[in-house]
Design a protein around this ligand. Structure first.
Ligand code: GUN
Length: 285
């Protein structure tokens, strides 16, 4: 049997390039992009994500405001803070880390952010722009996945993409973007009957569920591209959705966890903040 060569889609390497490029652009810009990151409560995973995003934005030279609010913050207070950031001349991007505590209504919170400053792309207006194929802000994980796919010159037009996970944060916007790019897209969820029947059709298989080892080698078509956007903790280790070692024997391309989609999400958030600044300040692309 011919030796199977799998290419690792290194989000870590590509994200580092994107950050270097942004750092140079920011150093030459007369306006410094400003990002506000709001964290409500003490969810440990959210604290880690916010730390990554904050460190990366400062590293590339952005102005950063991190706003930490108590678990029981009233929604009105959170909305007031968002409105103030909407008016701030120094802030071009606003991100509210999800999930929010149960007493807060995430859709009302997302909708309060100025769509021009919505660097997460979760405002219904931005969701709408993406769905009609004229995106303004694309959610960071989706943009990160897209850049990973493009990094190996993969043309998605006519390809069958199967996405496992239908979240508003990853599954749905990624399906929408890839549909717009001409792919044939199947979206599965935990209630999909005979999941492997679907996944075996995939030229590009994207998993975003947070269920460790959900995607096993027998579920992957030989020479497919496998992108793991899942993240969870197992025995103190960060793992994705994909049984990496076994799937790497079958797939042509595979993204690792950690070091795959995660760093791309952070890099894409920075790109969105840069673009928001350019847009708000009236620069033409
Ligand atoms: N929680 C998990 N992923 C994300 C994300 O991309 N943005 C925000 N704001 N919260 C998240």
């Amino acid at each position: 049997m011919a030796e199977h060569i799998t290419k690792v889609l290194s989000g870590k390497g590509l994200a580092a390039k994107i950050r270097t490029d942004l750092k140079r652009k920011i150093s030459q810009s007369r306006i410094r992009p400003g990002l506000a990151v709001i964290l409500v409560g003490h969810d440990p995973a959210s604290q880690v994500y916010v730390k990554f995003k904050s460190e990366a934005s400062e590293e590339v030279g952005m102005y950063l405001e991190t706003i930490e609010l108590p678990e029981d913050v009233p929604q009105q207070r959170l909305l007031k803070i968002i409105q103030k950031l909407n008016r701030s001349k120094k802030i071009h991007g606003i991100l509210v880390q999800l999930p929010l505590p149960d007493h807060l209504e995430p859709f009302d919170v997302m909708a309060a952010i100025d769509p021009m400053k919505d660097v997460d792309g979760f405002h219904p207006e931005n969701t709408g722009w993406l769905s009609i194929g004229r995106p303004h802000m694309v959610p960071a994980t989706t943009l990160g996945i897209w850049q990973l796919i493009r990094s190996v010159q993969m043309d998605v037009a006519g390809k069958h993409v199967v996405i496992v996970g239908k979240s508003n944060i990853v599954g749905k916007p990624t399906a929408t973007l890839l549909l717009n790019k001409g792919a044939t897209v199947t979206v599965c969820s935990r209630s999909t009957a005979d999941l492997s029947k679907q996944t075996l059709q995939a030229d590009i298989l994207i998993s975003a569920t947070g269920v460790p080892n959900l995607i096993t080698a027998d579920m992957v078509k030989p020479n497919a591209m496998v992108i793991d956007a899942g993240i969870s903790k197992r025995q103190g280790r960060v793992v994705g959705d994909v049984d990496y070692d076994a799937v790497a024997e079958v797939a042509k391309y595979i993204s690792p966890v950690p070091g795959g989609v995660g760093p791309m999400t952070v890099a894409a958030l920075l790109q969105n903040t840069w673009r928001a600044m350019r847009h708000i300040e009236g620069f033409t692309e």
